[in-house]
Design a protein around this ligand. Structure first.
Ligand SMILES: Cc1cc2nc3c(=O)[nH]c(=O)nc-3n(C[C@H](O)[C@H](O)[C@H](O)COP(=O)(O)OP(=O)(O)OC[C@H]3O[C@@H](n4cnc5c(N)ncnc54)[C@H](O)[C@@H]3O)c2cc1C
Length: 217
């Protein structure tokens, strides 16, 4: 899985300028005062100044994760198409030793356990299922079946690619939900990479968001 920052039009200064236009026009900006202002905006849920900063990410993730990302309506998306291009045999495996394999407890209150002893068998089953599905896909394409039909046989673990554009407010909502402990391990991995770019590009806003409890505003 991978996240790249394609481009950004994002800066703490954009937040400050947008907030100050309502009171002071476009005067010069003092760093300490800016930090205080951003903290004030975050604490008081004065959210619209954060909407002027934009990020475009490229996300390479399995379909069971891209479909979770696509639930975030305050974003713009483009995804690669299995109707128009022949897909690659690029499948996700829960190989990472930090990716737990077992859940215990009730729905909504699951605890996850590494269960390393299961990993080899799990990976073998993935390999077998992916192999069977991929052979069927290739055979159908070979027989002249349309790509949009042949792809129906492929599993959710196949990789897809997305362009995702979000403003900083929407990104904070996304990160609040998708870095939380109850989010799926793989989307937490993707979200934490997005957060790295957010922190790097908007350090004052990121800091204010963390101090405010990493909440959506
Ligand atoms: C741990 C977890 C488990 C989940 N499980 C499921 C599940 O089992 N099934 C499922 O279908 N989804 C599930 N979801 C998806 C979830 O319900 C949201 O659709 C998704 O997280 C997008 O969040 P959002 O609506 O805040 O984001 P966005 O769509 O980006 O919206 C941002 C904000 O805009 C406002 N907003 C947007 N649209 C509306 C609207 N129509 N009406 C009012 N306000 C709006 C809200 O304030 C919202 O928070 C899950 C999400 C998480 C994090």
């Amino acid at each position: 899985m991978d996240v790249k920052l394609i481009e950004d039009m994002a800066d703490d200064i954009h937040v400050v300028r947008a907030a100050r236009v309502s009171t002071e026009g476009n005067k010069s900006i003092d760093a300490k005062a800016s930090e205080r202002l951003i903290l004030y905006l975050m604490r008081n849920k004065h959210a619209s100044p954060f909407e002027h900063s934009m990020f475009t990410f490229y996300v390479h993730a399995p379909i069971f994760i891209t479909r979770e990302i696509l639930r975030h309506r305050w974003a713009s998306f483009n995804e690669e198409s299995g109707r128009y291009r022949e897909l690659d045999p690029d499948f996700y495996y829960p190989k990472d030793e930090n990716r737990p394999l077992q859940q215990v407890g009730k729905t909504g209150d699951y605890q996850f356990v590494t269960a390393e002893h299961l990993r080899e068998d799990v990976l073998n089953k993935f390999e077998e299922a992916y192999g069977t599905a991929w052979s069927a896909y290739e055979l159908m394409l070979h027989d002249g079946v349309a790509k949009e039909v042949a792809r129906m046989v492929l599993p959710l673990g196949i990789y897809s690619s997305l362009y995702v554009t979000m403003n900083a407010r929407s990104l904070m909502n996304f990160l609040a939900l998708r870095t939380a402990n109850d989010a799926q391990w793989e989307i937490r991995y993707i979200a934490s990479q997005m957060e790295y770019f957010f922190q790097d590009i908007m350090p004052l806003t990121h800091n204010a968001w963390v101090l405010n409890g990493r909440q959506a505003i």
